[in-house]
Structure formats: structure tokens, C-alpha cells
Design a protein around this ligand. Structure first.
Ligand SMILES: Cc1cc2nc3c(=O)[nH]c(=O)nc-3n(C[C@H](O)[C@H](O)[C@H](O)COP(=O)(O)O)c2cc1C
Length: 189
């Protein structure tokens, strides 16, 4: 059966991250629908415009994976009502080197400890993905917001609430269609 190849970006450089747990859950739970390469940003140095002559290999590798993928899922934490600096820095690299996210279908998701489940960080991320140099094709709506993340996973990293899993499946189904529509648009362009 044909399966999409997606890249999942863990939006934090922390050794433990609920957003990493979320992407690992998605990789396993939706394995019949897509392959998900869960990628880390912890080894990407802080962006510095003067470094453009020597782009880090970690950026080159992530950029290539994004270019090869059918779509991208970014799982962002929320730090001080915005995305973490590590994620912003990684996107800055991608926005100046090869523009790999340009016209790439992107699903935005996020998990946080707070009750609003990364709502502000996701708005912030959508704004960033719209910027010139990034130009991601971000799926409208279907915002997967996971609040109170600590109580939502069991020890095996499985989502324990069936309603939450059902909503995640709905968001993923729409993203599958969004990616397919994008492929048709690119093919006929
Ligand atoms: C500097 C800092 C700022 C934070 N700000 C927020 C916030 O604005 N909203 C929120 O819901 N949680 C906030 N948190 C808690 C995060 O939701 C929590 O650390 C979460 O586990 C981060 O996601 P991760 O586990 O994927 O790294 C903050 C945590 C830190 C360390």
C-alpha cells in the first residue's frame, strides 16, 4: 500500500519532551497511513547570519529530509506564549538555506503543561511559517492542541484519552487530504 513519507520536527532541544512523545506516538499509531521520520533540532547551533558561508551539516541534513518529504508535522512546545528559541533558530536556518519549507504542506501540533495546550505558540508558529523565505503551506484549522500533557500519556507514551486520540486522527485525516491536494496542484502546475 502507498504510504506518504512525512518528517516530524520535535520543536524543542530538551532531553525529555512531551512533543517528542507525541510525535513518537503518531509514528506508531498512524504507521499504516504514513512513515514518520522524527527529527531533532537539539544539535542545530543557534542561528547567526554571519555563519552563512558555512551552514552546519545538521541544517543541511534536515533541509534535505524536508525537501524529500511529502509533508511536515511540527510539534511545538509553548515557552512564554511563543515557540521555543531552539525551534525559531532552526527555522531561521531553513529560511536562509535552500528554503526547504517553501510550498511544503505543514501540520502544526503541540503539547504543553498549561490548560491552553500551545494555542499561543501555534499562532506564533503559523505566523513564522508564513514569512518570506519560509512560505510553508500550512494546513488551515485542525489545530491539535494537547493541554495538561503530563496527564495525557501513560508510561509507554500512549495517549490515554480516547477523545483526544479521535481528534488527533481527524486532524491527521485532514492533513492526508491536504498533502494529496498539494501533490495534485504541484503535478498540474
Ligand atoms: C521557559 C518556559 C516557559 C514556559 N511557558 C509556558 C507557556 O507559556 N505556556 C504553557 O502552557 N507552558 C509553558 N511552559 C511549560 C511547558 O509547557 C512545559 O515545559 C512543556 O513540557 C514543554 O514542552 P516539551 O515537554 O515538549 O519540551 C514553559 C516552560 C518553560 C521552561
Amino acid at each position: 500500500m502507498f504510504k506518504l513519507n512525512l518528517v516530524g520536527i520535535v520543536g524543542n532541544n530538551a532531553p525529555f519532551s512531551y512533543n517528542r512523545v507525541l510525535l513518537q506516538f503518531m509514528k506508531q499509531h498512524f504507521s499504516d497511513q504514513f512513515n514518520l521520520d522524527v527529527c531533532e533540532i537539539d544539535d542545530i547551533p543557534l542561528f547567526n547570519e554571519r555563519d552563512l558561508a558555512s551552514v552546519p551539516q545538521t541544517v543541511v541534513t534536515l533541509s534535505q529530509k524536508i525537501k524529500d518529504a511529502d509533508g511536515i508535522i511540527i510539534a511545538t512546545p509553548e515557552y512564554d506564549h511563543a515557540i521555543p528559541a531552539a525551534l525559531k533558530s532552526a527555522i531561521e536556518w531553513l529560511s536562509v538555506y535552500e528554503h526547504a519549507l517553501t510550498t511544503k504542506p505543514v501540520m502544526v501540533a503541540g503539547a504543553s503543561l498549561g490548560v491552553q495546550g500551545t494555542a499561543r505558540a501555534q499562532d506564533n508558529l503559523r505566523q513564522i511559517l508564513n514569512s518570506p523565505g519560509v512560505n510553508g503551506f500550512v494546513m488551515p484549522g485542525f489545530e491539535f492542541l494537547l493541554n495538561s500533557a503530563k496527564s495525557k500519556f501513560d508510561d509507554q507514551g500512549q495517549l490515554t484519552d480516547s477523545g483526544t486520540t479521535k481528534f488527533l486522527s481527524e486532524c491527521v485525516d485532514h492533513f492526508m487530504n491536504f498533502v494529496a491536494d498539494n501533490k495534485k496542484t504541484v503535478a498540474t502546475a
